[in-house]
Every structure is written in C-alpha cells, then in structure tokens.
Design a protein around this ligand. Sequence first.
Ligand code: URA
Length: 437
Amino acid sequence: MSAPVARSIPELIARKRDGQAHSRAELETLILGYVRGEVPDYQISAWLMAVYLRGMSAAETADLTLVMAGSGEQFDLSSLQNTVDKHSTGGVGDKTSLILTPMLAALGLSVAKMSGRGLAHTGGTIDKLESIPGWSGTLSDEAFLKQARDIGLALVGQSKDLAPADGLLYALRDVTATVDCLPLIASSIMSKKLASGAQTIVLDVKVGAGAFMKTLDDGLALARAMVDIGTHAGRRVRAVLTGMDAPLGRFAGNSLEVQEAVATLSGHGPHDLTELCVALAVEALSAFGEEAGQAEARARQTLQGGSALAKLRAFVAAQGGDPSYVDEPHKLDVAPGRAEVIAQTGGFVQAVDALAVGQAVLVLGGGRERKGQAIDHGVGVELVKKPGEAVQAGEVLARIYHRDGRGLEAAQQLLENGLSVGQGQPRVPELILGRVE
Ligand code: URA
C-alpha cells in the first residue's frame, strides 16, 4: 500500500469545498493542528463553511468525532459497573437530568456525568443544582469516581480539558454561521459524550419550536447520526425524539425547576415530565437487555417508592449541598416579586412558545447571554396553563417570579406574545415522537 499523501491545509479545504471525503488522517491534520494553534482561525473557518455546504459522510462524521474526542482528556470509567450517560440537545424547563440521573442510580446503574451550564434561552443542570445551598459541581477525579462507585451518581461541570477541539470549533461556528449543520452538531455532542467515558448513552433529541431541530425529519437525522457515531465507537447508544414546542413541566428557572424535580421524584410531578423520565429510564435499562415492561415497572417504582429521591438526597449531601432542601424544597430561594399574565379571552391554550418562555427567564436574570455571566437562581416562570387546557377570560395563564422588577416588562411582553388562547381545543402533539437504536 502506498503511504497517504500529506496535503497542505489549503488542499484539505479545497477537497471539502469540492465535495470530497476526508480520511481520518486529514481530519487529524486539520483539527489537532487547530487545537495546537498551528492552523489559524481563518483556515478552519473556511473549512467549516465547506463542511456546512458539502456535508460529511457517516464514516467521516464518526472519524471527526473520534478525532475531537481524542483532542484532550478522556475519562476512564472502566472501574465502574454499568455506566450510563444521558444527553439532551437542549430545551426549556428541561430538568430531566435532575430526575433521571437519581432514577438510574436507584436502578443500579452508575452515572458519572459531566454537565454544562445554561446559555441563551436553555438552562443547564449545573446552574439548577447550584440553587441548592452548598452544592458544588467541582470534584477531584478520584472523588468523582469514588462517589459514582459508592452511591451510583456523581455530576460535575464539564472540564475544559474534555474534547477541547469542540470548545474551539463551537466558538468559531458561532461567529461563522456554521452552528446549524448536522455533522458538526452530531460530532460536537458525541465527542464530549465519548470522552466522558460511559458505555451506554441515552440521547434525548428535542424537536420543535424551542429546539435546535425544528422538524421531526431533522431530529431523526440527527438522532441517527449520533447513534451511528456511538455504535462505530463501540458504545451502546439509544435516542428518543421528544417534542419541545412547549416547555417541559410547568416551571422554568433554576430554583423553581429544582422544586418541580423534587415533586416529580416524590411521585407527584407533571405528567409530561414524569413520562419523559420514565421513557428515558426504560431506554437505558433496555440497552442493558432488560425487557421493556419490566423496565417500565421498575422505573416507575423508583418514583413511587422514594428510592430515586433518596439517591438525590445522598448525591446532594455528597457534593456539599444541604440535603434538607431536598425534603423541604420550599426553603430554596425563590425571588419574592410576582406578576401575572392574564387571559384576555376565554377558550383553550393553543400554544406556549418554549423559546419565548426561555427568553423570559433570560431577561429576568435567570440565564446568561455570555459565558461566565452570574445568574439569579430565584427568578423564573410558572405556566399555570399548558397547551390544550381550558381558560376563562381574566384567569391567570402564567406567573412571573421576579427580583425587584428586573426584566419584568420584557418578560411580560414575551409571555403575552408566546401564550396563545383560541376557541377549539387544539390537538396537543405527542411528547415521545420516535426512537432510534
Ligand atoms: N450542543 C452541542 O454541544 N453542540 C452543538 O453543536 C449543538 C448543541
């Protein structure tokens, strides 16, 4: 066999510009060269645009992901049994990780997970957990593994050393109009998941107005691409496609979402959130070979019998948090200001725009526009009425929790535009839209 031809960076950009596929070695030249600072931003920007316009084959996308995953530290979870990770492509009011991860631990699986912070209209698990006094998302590697071994659940903020190529490429995509590109999204998400080390990965791919993927076809394509990448890398990956037109549950905002998560773990959460967590737990268990009926019964029992709530309590305490907030979540700091969005006419709620709710939380101070910005954990929005529910003129549609009026007017406007009431009862879209394994 002849040795592969070493190509210059302009030649590699030209190959992609002309629609050709890269070899793994070529991707290493581009991506690892960029991480080392040897390939400048302007060349990678041109290459990203070529990828955006020309796409990538499944094999190329898998190779790109492996190169990105190998660009920094890779977590070795081989000392843990039955490791499982979960990822959501991002939503509003999506407190699923707060509920699902203790459920999985209560089911005997090991969750040693890295999570992100919220950006723009989507929240982050670390921010939500930080509304519990004392809780910290920083652990040494040894403490992280020991805790996952001892109680089945450890959760830390994402290390900068994990898939550093992703952080660098994402920043460039953000300013070169190349975020919205399937192989780049799939490789970005999966590079971090592969480097995090879990053998089984359950993906919640959001579809709808409040999500990256607006249509079911696009969501399915992303789910298939990510499952293929994981399978290629020797991991068991399942994806569930779920609706994100309206927010999940009734609350958006950090402390408010922790309160709703605790209610769900106590067996009286909102129906959509409970069903989603059960469906994701069933996916995880069936990846380990458990029959679906038995998996569902066991998953529901962790909520009804209190074992998942007990795991959350142990997990909060292990990471420095005050576990009394798990038993008395009303003690969490919730901003004292209240304002209401009132229905002007009677009828049925037709739609609740998840993006508008996410943006309302952002303007109230509960989210960040730039990385590193401080947030107010206590503000947020309560959706008193959700799509399909009846409402009379003058009734409360949504409640705003604000601090000293900060962002109130803008939040009120966003919600007034985002909540629509009309005559006929609308067909509420299914929450679970499909699955890929
Ligand atoms: N989430 C990620 O981590 N990366 C993307 O490219 C999109 C969503």
